[in-house]
Design a protein around this ligand. Sequence first.
Ligand code: NDP
Ligand code: 2IT
Length: 460
Amino acid sequence: MKTLEELQETQTQHVNDYVNNLLETVESRNPNELEFQQAVKEVLDSLVPVLVKNPTYIQKGVLERIIEPERMITFRVPWVDDNGKVQVNRGFRVQFNSAIGPYKGGIRFHPSVNASIVKFLGFEQIFKNSLTGQPIGGGKGGSDFDPKGKSDMEIMRFCQSFMTELSKYIGPDTDVPAGDIGVGAREIGYMFGQYKKIKGAYEAGVLTGKGIGYGGSLGRKEATGYGTVYFVEEMLKDKGHSFDQSTVVVSGSGNVSIYAMEKAMQLGAKVVACSDSSGYIYDPNGINLDTVKQLKEVDNKRIHEYVKEHPGASFEIGCSGIWSVPCDIALPCATQNELDKEDADILVSNGVKAVGEGANMPSSQEAIDIFLEKDVLFAPAKAANAGGVAVSALEMAQNSARIAWTVEEVDEKLQEIMKNIYRKSLDQSEAYGVPGNFVVGANIAGFVRVADAMIEQGVI
Ligand code: NDP
Ligand code: 2IT
């Protein structure tokens, strides 16, 4: 007769085979979609223990359903540039999972956007949104439109054309987009205006990240970056560390990056480097955030301009070099796969204590493996950057109630939400025998809520 241990081992082997089979299906059904395959693999691999313990999830076909979007919309976005020339871009919206609420997730404008990018982001969003505890499903959208170098009127015409088509598929109770790379308050404003014109109704909750004067929430702009730092601070606190007196490196210089730097500085850290897609700046005296904000939020300039105002700082071409800057805490806040195995090795050899992902899937799987192996505190994206979408859900709540909370009220709720996400992820990592592995903990905590809802709602 087999011992209990042997039986458990056989069971784990069965579940591993089942997961590997599913991953093969994902690969053959979504060929060439490497980012999507990467995101699914990370989640499914970490769900093995929960599937062994609760075979119902397998019996009810939850996994087969959760890896297939409920709907994927692809559309033409024609617009006229300032020279009168017709341009055509491709628009996407993936409505991935609505088990716990309307689809919710940002819109990205970047030349690299394709089906794989949108689907990886939409898939991640399911679990991230679940972790927030808010009633929001998973979705994502975007276009291969490149906002760089476009005039304000070109941006407006593009946003209007994009929304003319997207408006058929979204609404405050069906699908609620927001910003992401290349989409901030200006773009949300143009899209909201076009949606309102088409619908002939003021449906404030159809988009989040709106301007404060017409239904936006105070604190939404800061929420992702602040939330990332709140999560990492919790993680550090448990180990007797903190941001205070730490040296921090933050990649990117966009929305997430700027407010991650701001909160880290408020907590007493010295941020010495940040970047854009052309390269990174290193300022041994500590980055002057006012200069970065002026360059990026106001003047739309490249990051190397920083050095003109701060001669003590230097600029290096190429963005991945930023990880060779010695630091205690690294916050990748730019884009997917911006931190690979070699970067992880360098960070570890320079003594990094913690890595917090402000961007979505910024670390490659090999990089994550190194951090976990070397006991670097690692905060994975879907837990660490969930503060943005969490405050988006608070914006929806305010819109429904036709009220506006103060910035203090929103920030207090954000801190509470980030602490809850930290606690849930830690509890699950402990329950499944990998204490402090927040990749496993966050994936399981995010999954269970959605999976249970899917089972309760039947096979749909
Ligand atoms: P922004 O457009 O405001 O900023 C993006 C920053 O990343 C810029 O500095 C940009 O440089 C840099 N960047 C973008 N693409 C690349 C690339 N391919 N290579 C190198 N650098 C690049 O976007 P956000 O700050 O909103 O988003 C950053 C990340 O955070 C993304 O992964 C996004 O999905 C994620 N995120 C965003 C949330 C939000 O609320 N906005 C919420 C949760 C996650 P350049 O200007 O030169 O292109
Ligand atoms: O990746 C993300 O969570 C976002 N871009 C924010 C989504 C949202 O709906 O606020």
